[in-house]
Design a protein. Sequence first.
Length: 279
Amino acid sequence: MKQAEEQKTAADGAVTARLPETYQWLLVPTKESLQAPVTWQAIRLSGNTGLAERASKKLKNDELLVLNFAASRLRMDLDRVPLWRGNHVGIRQLVEDFGRYLYLPRLQTPTVLLNAIRAGLALLTWEQDAFAYAEGYDESASRYRGLRAGMQLPLTADDSGLLVRPDVARQQMDQEITKQPPDIKQPPKIDKPPETVQPRKPIRYHGTVVLDSARVGRDAGRIADEVVTHLVGLVGSSVRVTLEIEAEIPQGAPDNVVRTVTENSRTLKFTSNSGFETE
């Protein structure tokens, strides 16, 4: 009896050892465009770990499973495919699109998409690199309700709001700013005693702050709301905001990270002296 159990245990061990050799091919459905046919990409898996672990690792390394999605890349897909429905697209519709169409980046969960949307709405450069947000569209008035951009907004997968083309959003914002208030009757003038000479007001401001790398979007949004907004709102002011990034990578950056960061930096129009260094 004991011998039979030992033989069975040995047989089970042999089967377990052969599983990684037997199941080593990963089939990934791909599609280049909406009109293109679905094709299957065969990828060979290596290693002795579990099948699911090997498959997940390979998909992430080859960017066939995306865990972090940049707001600028979302903007590129909105314009390239395009995913816009006219001058806007619903957030729920975007979640459905990325879950349905194979030619779009394969995101791990809807949360990855929502994080990219939140980051894009918080960008100070939203007109060039992202989009605006609106609570809805009033067709009778041909305007967006609750139009906002360049700020942190809490969003969920079932949010009924819209992402709006930045040029269209800017046009509405400018029109609403330039609308003149109704004429108000001025009260009669009253002679006042001569005013004392006031001290000169400051004409320049300069500030530097170190951001938490794990909460750059949040901190940048607070800075925009609590500092930059007040300066931009001054009549005749000229405000320039510069973001500087310094990263030390003792173990060296992987090729896929170098490729992704370099491409995104070029898309975001970083200066020519930006890039990775070997020393």
